[in-house]
Design a protein around this ligand. Structure first.
Ligand SMILES: N[C@@H](CCC(=O)N[C@@H](CS)C(=O)NCC(=O)O)C(=O)O
Ligand SMILES: N[C@@H](CCC(=O)N[C@@H](CS)C(=O)NCC(=O)O)C(=O)O
Ligand code: FES
Lengths: 104, 104
């Protein structure tokens, strides 16, 4: 419950949040996509949190149904993983979400 | 030296070898690419070998200069990672290598 609350505060209080792993190319792809779009995500590297990493990953699974990384939130809304984020961008739907999230 | 020899025997004795990790999307991409091309690679999942996994990864680094996964060999020749393999395929150079490797 404490971790769950912490996740909700994090994604609610930051326009773009990426739960990531430092060694993961898919996580890197999504982080650099946001960079290219001129947005700086809050990045949480799950492999750098010791025992909390796996706990956080389980909490995210319970919250979003997704147990993989990267796990992406824009404007508090769960976007999905790398593929989902890239797909959204290709449809032209990511940037509007970003503008809105950054404005709020 | 023993692990190094084992790698050389493996890549020398099999047309396509992929050193991989089961949870890694880049490793998955390269494995499914070969599948689409009708080739069944020998896959070594480094995360399923206990302590030998990291040792093997270090041996590959010394042998190929590459410390990441996936680590791909065709016809005994070091191809590279996921991006290298996909690039080679886009240039139309992967399938000729595969035909040659499978023929030998
Ligand atoms: N299609 C998903 C794939 C996500 C995925 O399989 N992520 C892997 C790493 S690339 C993962 O989280 N594996 C389990 C783990 O690392 O705990 C995406 O685009 O994000
Ligand atoms: N550009 C390389 C990226 C390779 C890479 O960064 N691999 C990551 C996993 S996606 C890795 O091996 N990280 C260190 C590790 O898992 O030990 C490729 O296309 O293969
Ligand atoms: S760990 Fe390889 S792409 Fe995520």
């Amino acid at each position: 419950a404490r971790l769950r609350e912490s996740v909700m505060n994090t994604v609610g209080g930051n326009p773009v949040v990426v739960y990531s792993k430092t060694w993961c190319s898919y996580s890197l792809l999504v982080k650099s996509l946001f960079e290219r779009l001129g947005v700086e995500p809050l990045v949480i590297e799950l492999d750098q949190l010791g025992a909390q990493g796996p706990q956080l990953q389980r909490t995210l699974k319970r919250l979003t149904g997704q147990h993989t990384v990267p796990n992406v939130f824009v404007g508090g809304k769960h976007i999905g993983g790398c593929t989902d984020t890239v797909k959204l961008h290709r449809k032209g739907e990511l940037e509007p979400l970003l503008s809105e999230a950054v404005a709020n």
